[in-house]
Ligand binder design. Structure first.
Ligand SMILES: [Zn+2]
Length: 389
């Protein structure tokens, strides 16, 4: 297998405190050796072993590839008009999902696949090397299963979200929809999914339905994660902790008891600032969570309704500006935090043996991701050890 050395790295973020200084394990004038799809060696430029090829970072920064642990990319259609209306004063509700459901059901498998592939390319160009993505715009057994089948060809991090909203056909009988989601739809989707998720929110699914859905998924070998406390206070976060969910996502409206439950449990709080930005809503308080000892991840929530950004650097900039995170904390949450939210130990850090997923920045320090918002600072990306365009 071919080996590559990246040398003269001005600031290398390993996220491994045993390899460098501070919680991000920083090294200066550093080098990384990639062998096959793995990190083979990390050290200083002057000690770099001989390799097949060589890339000169010329003093710029290298970080682990971003881990975007929350997105909804199996969709068709566009909600520009809804965004325009919202920016003209109309509030966001869970109901807008229905228009994407209509467009997604009409799309061919090829259209869904091409749309997903285009978004994944867009993400890679912005430094993202791992993407979780969900079903949830089909809401029939066939449409949910095909969304996950399409997704599975691109990423192992697939989430069954039949419980996004109650399918329009079941508006008068939501219990029958829960029976479908936990029965035939689950049977059809489970072979293509690693995770099961539920939108536990007023207007979507209440606590009892959410518990039933997560338990059914777990019985089929799917690990739970929860959309929780996005639009208002609710049972989602504590239910996620009770269910042993690896992540509670959104966490925008939290009581002290919610924060305590997260701090006492193992559930990661995944914050999605693109969503508050795009719905003109108050941001989650990352500082409060970090102070309480909660593990925080950042993700895009990329979807056509409430957060149509695919940019982790954008999320980092907003998290630093609006959510009380330091630049170091936001970078950690967008890399190692995302890996924690996917229960992965092979990504989110640069350590010999880890997957060779990394990004070279057009900047001497990763602080520039927040300091220079909106500027395309990702110069090169390696995914599974291969340089990707
Ligand atoms: Zn979401």
């Amino acid at each position: 297998m071919a080996s590559t050395a990246i040398t003269r790295i001005g600031t290398l973020i390993t996220n491994n405190p045993s390899l460098g200084h501070g919680p991000l394990g920083q090294l200066h004038d550093a080098a990384v050796v990639i062998d096959g799809d793995r990190i083979a060696w990390i050290g200083t430029t002057s000690e770099t072993p001989t390799t097949d090829s060589h890339h000169d970072a010329a003093g710029r920064a290298v970080i682990p590839g971003f881990v975007d642990s929350h997105s909804h990319l199996l969709f068709a259609g566009d909600r520009t008009e809804e965004f325009t209306a919202r920016m003209s004063g109309r509030p966001y509700t869970a109901g807008g999902i229905r228009s994407t459901v209509t467009a997604t059901r009409r799309a061919s498998d090829q259209q869904l696949d091409a749309n997903l592939a285009a978004h994944l390319t867009e993400m890679r160009r912005q430094g993202t090397t791992t993407v979780e993505t969900k079903s949830g715009y089909g809401l029939t057994t066939e449409d949910e299963a095909r969304a996950l089948r399409v997704a599975r060809a691109h990423t192992p991090e697939t989430t069954y979200l039949g419980a996004h909203i109650t399918a329009p056909e079941y508006a008068e009988d939501p219990d029958a929809y829960v029976a479908l989601v936990t029965g035939p739809m689950l049977d059809a989707c489970a072979p293509y999914a690693r995770w099961i998720d539920v939108f536990c929110e007023r207007g979507a699914f209440g606590a009892d339905a959410a518990r039933t859905i997560l338990a059914a998924g777990r019985a089929r070998g799917l690990a739970p994660r929860v959309h929780a406390n996005q639009l208002g206070p609710g049972p989602g976060v504590q239910l996620a902790v009770e269910a042993g969910a690896v992540s509670a996502d959104h966490c925008t409206h939290l009581t002290d008891a919610d924060v305590t439950a997260l701090a006492d449990g193992d559930t990661v709080a995944t914050l999605l600032p693109g969503c508050e930005f795009s719905t003109r809503a108050p941001y989650p308080d990352a500082r409060r969570l970090i102070t309480a000892g909660v593990t925080v991840a950042l993700a895009t929530d990329c979807n056509p309704g409430s957060s149509y950004t695919s940019s982790m650097p954008f999320c980092i900039a907003v998290a630093v500006r609006e959510m009380g995170m330091t630049p170091e904390e936001a970078l950690w949450s967008a890399t190692a935090g995302g890996a924690a939210a996917l229960a992965r130990d092979d990504i989110g850090h640069l350590t010999p043996g880890a997957r060779a997923d990394l990004a070279l920045l057009a900047a001497p320090s990763p602080v520039h991701l927040a300091y220079r918002p909106g500027v395309p600072l990702i110069e090169a990306v390696w995914q599974n050890g291969a340089r990707v365009p």
